[in-house]
Design a protein around this ligand. Sequence first.
Ligand SMILES: O=C(O)C[C@H]1C=CC(=O)O1
Ligand SMILES: [Mn+2]
Length: 391
Amino acid sequence: MPEHAHDQASLPRLPIERIEAIPARIPTIRPHHLAFATVAAMDVVIVKVTAGGVVGFGEAATIGGPRWGEESPEGIAAIVTQYLAEPMLGQDAAQLNAAEARIGRAVRGNAFAKSALSMALHDAVARARGLSLAALLGGAQAESLPIAWTLASGDTGRDIEEGEAMLAARRHRDFKVKIGAHAPEDDIAHVAALARAFAGRATLRVDVNQAWDEATAARALPALAEAGVAMAEQPVAGWNLAAMARLQRANPRLSIMGDEGIATPQDALRHAMEGACMAMALKPAKHGGVAGTRAVAAIARAAGLGLYGGTMLEGTIGTLGALQLYATLGDFAWGTELFGPLLLRDSLATAAPEYRDFAIHLPRGPGIGTDLDADKLAHYRTDRPRTLHTV
Ligand SMILES: O=C(O)C[C@H]1C=CC(=O)O1
Ligand SMILES: [Mn+2]
């Protein structure tokens, strides 16, 4: 037997003993206005995997329930406990490739649920081996990644104040503006006012979250480019690759980014082959976990497209899981937007991500780099009455 095979074989198995999924709701620091919904709280599902006596954590977040995507917190928790747990119990978590393949076969679709379980398995294995998740995946290529903020207060003046505060704190200098809920002229005026306010000090991008049809996008995108917007995320429906391709060809000064339309590696391949975008937003939740995210990133790179480290506005657990994975992937032409924990009023984790000098910094320590705060989870969980403490 070759020596490396012997070394691998000598590491203890990590049989999966327990899988839990706990839904929780955490209020945001302000209402977050998107084209399709305004959210004042984030609904997340925390997945806990016990393997070889070690517990790992993953998280799935939904924006307004099944509105951004098709999955709801209730559905995610049910898929994990009713359909994914049974085939995974007793399996060796350390065989991560086999585990992800088994998760993939057990249930069709349901990428958010699969991703939370994938992250929890990776976290458990990394902890058991005494490695960070990035180290388990072959090592980080960066110790920090640039971090954008989303301006979505619903008011131009408040967005400018918020952006000024972020610049003064040296937290963010890339702003993504959520548009698509109002008349395009009003959205363009809003973005132009922000562009004037931050000229030369911050970059501006927009996210339309599929709200426009092609005719609206064809009129609006040149005006946005004129105002100084460098990137426009999902201006039309995710299925409308032909429109994406025509819009991208007509607006070469703008990078059109695919988001909702790019979940599977096949989606990514089609976007690349049809010239439907110049940039792709990664989100482990869309891609069903670690393997899917790596596959989509590889296709983007092979096609020469810019990568963006996206978020579903997860709390600290999901955010650090994504950060550990993104850090292994190399260059992100558009940076990341892993700011979820900053939008939430409280955290289910014992550690907080480090945001400093316009970047999010990779934590030290095993696994994703934080533990779950059991008391906070008990307080915010939505699947049973809160425990009332008296002093
Ligand atoms: O990109 C999305 O569509 C979802 C999300 C990411 C940042 C944000 O504010 O919303
Ligand atoms: Mn988006």
